[in-house]
Design a protein around this ligand. Structure first.
Ligand code: SF4
Length: 259
């Protein structure tokens, strides 16, 4: 069974565990992984995955600039769920060269510098991580920011070999995420209790004020439409990386052959 042939027409009405079960069943535990920044949504998914399969694959990108609280949560996750968190680091020479030429805090100086830093520290390591899977799971929610409004629950990631991209919480809102975390006593990043809604690298993340947009604390010095790191958003086109919903019937055979 392949994922392409097993996606039901009403996949958008499937609940989050159902979407994960489908992906795990079709791709296999070893060929699908959660890309986790250890945000609130990612912790919901870790909890669900751990209830569905033994030792689910979870990878993260250690940019070298993460807050200590995120490292603490990585270890808490390893202990609680007994999973090996696969940590991908940036290429050391690329980081050295960038820092030598433009300084450690280059991202504050221009949008180009910021995108280059995200490219070296996040996007390149992501590519290496995704080379090991046929599908990846993300914590994207449609209501986080306008650029994510069209996120399908299961789609094809055209930027990464056409592998599957799974967003089981696409139709969740923030309140539902936090209700789940509390009900299941899932560990979460301590920074959330200090006003941080979305957490990335320490120098590029701040707490938000009541009423501010959820992602207002990420790269707050830039225009809102630019505030994506290149993992889900193409900085050159200024658009979300196409994540096509399920392929049309005529194309399913071609997609199936890749698994
Ligand atoms: S979020 Fe900031 S520190 Fe982290 S990779 Fe991007 S620009 Fe660099």
């Amino acid at each position: 069974m392949t994922l392409a042939t097993s996606i039901p027409n009403d996949i958008e009405s499937a609940d989050a565990p159902g979407v994960l079960e489908l992906a795990l069943g079709a791709l296999g535990r070893d060929r699908v992984a959660l890309a986790s920044s250890f945000g609130a949504e990612d912790m919901v998914i870790v909890d669900m995955l751990a209830s569905l399969v033994e030792r689910p694959r979870v990878f993260t990108l250690d940019t070298g600039r993460l807050p200590q609280e995120t490292y603490d949560l990585m270890d808490a996750t390893r202990r609680r769920y007994g999973i090996d968190v696969e940590v991908y680091f940036p290429n050391a020479i690329d980081v050295q060269t960038m820092v030598l030429q433009r300084g450690l805090n280059l991202f504050y100086e221009s949008i180009e510098n910021r995108r280059d830093c995200c490219g070296v520290r996040k996007v390149e390591p992501l590519g290496r991580a995704l080379a090991t899977v046929d599908g990846w799971i993300t914590g994207l929610r449609r209501d986080q920011i306008a650029t994510r409004a069209g996120t399908p629950k299961i789609g094809l990631d055209t930027a990464h070999r056409g592998i599957w991209k799974v967003a089981p919480l696409a139709d969740w809102d923030r309140e539902r995420v936090w209700t789940y975390l509390r009900q299941h006593e899932v560990p979460y990043n301590a920074l959330h209790d200090r006003g941080f809604a979305s957490i990335g690298c320490a120098p590029c993340t701040r707490a938000i004020e009541p009423g501010e947009d959820e992602r207002a604390g990420r790269w707050w010095w830039e225009e809102p439409a630019q505030r994506e790191c290149g993992i889900h958003f193409d900085p050159l086109s200024g658009k979300m990386i196409p994540n096509e919903p399920k392929r049309r019937d005529a194309e399913v055979g071609a997609a199936a052959s890749s698994f």
